[in-house]
Structure formats: C-alpha cells, structure tokens
Design a protein around this ligand. Sequence first.
Ligand SMILES: [Zn+2]
Length: 212
Amino acid sequence: MTPFPEPLADRYRRFKHRHFESNIERYEELAAYGQSPQVMIVSCCDSRVDPETIFSAMPGELFVMRNVANLIPPYETGGTYHGVSAAIEFAVLNLRIKHLVIMGHSGCGGIKAALDRETARETEGQFITKWMSMLETARLKVLASHQGSSHKDMVTALEREGIRTSLKNLRTFPFLSALEGKGRLSLHGAYFDIATGHLYALNESTGQYYAL
Ligand SMILES: [Zn+2]
C-alpha cells in the first residue's frame, strides 16, 4: 500500500487541532441540519485562486465548483456526465442559492492554452483543448479587438471575456434564467489578480470591471 502523503496528513492534523476543535459547534450544527449556503462560486482549479480563502469563508458558507478556467458550458441535455450542470442544478434548485459568482483570475493556464492553440496542442491532451473550445467565439472576439496588443494583454482580455461567456451560458439554463427573471437569483462576474490581490467585479450594464 502506498502510504498517504505525510505532509498532507500533518496539515490535516493541524486543521483538526486548530480549526475544527475551535469551531466544533458549527460543524455539529452543519452535520445535524445540513448546509444552506447563499452563494455559489465557480472558480478555476488553479491552486492560487481559492474561493474560501479569498472570501474569508467558514464551512457551510460557500458552495464551490472548480474546473479548468472556471467555465460554464451552454445548457444541453445530450451526453451523460454533466458535472457542471449537476452542480448548478443542485445549488440553484435544491439549495436555492441567492448569488452565483463566476470568478476568473490572472495568469490562467487554461485561458492561455485557449488563446494560443499551439500551446494546447503541445500538451497532447485529450480533454483540455476540447474543453477550452467553448471559448472559441470569445477568442476570436479578443483577437479582433486586440490587434497589436501584447500576448499578455490578450490573455487578460480573454480571461475577462471568458467570464462574460460563462454568464451568458448560465442564462441558457431555463430554470436559472427563470429565477433570475423573478429576482430570486443574481449572477455575478469577478476577476482576481493574483499578483496584487485585487478583486474586480463585472458591471454587466457597462461591460466593465471595477475594483472592490
Ligand atoms: Zn485558471
């Protein structure tokens, strides 16, 4: 048997001793009555962009889904294994969350691969290129509007455009757009800059991001 990594076991013991023990009543309550988070965050798998850390969250407060480049595919019922759609359905219809935030970030490897399709091809991966292809329209839009810009600026633009695409795709889910129309659910875009720690929110009326 391969032993469980000791550094992880050590960190777990630290969590149990320092965090869990001092919040045991909260955990007991959550175990007894279940979770009722008001907010869902969709974030990248990137290890530098942890929603619970960024929003100073306690257990039970955030319903988090992470995937490569924080993407929401458009609503479709074909296929079998809809991990993203299942999480959205559960959060919106069962937990009845009030806010759904798509949080992108700077230096996103998935977005960079989508922009520079050569990079994606070099990985010889089976999945990332196809997954990121849902940003093809966004990619073409950024390429057209950022002619002459640096590669770095174009990556940033696509990181931000990807959030707009995911918000647009979210609204293709009939149950979700119906609840948004009734004012029972609001959708938000956010962008985290790893180097500065700044968090920007998207104003969908203007299409611009503003610092929080
Ligand atoms: Zn990322």
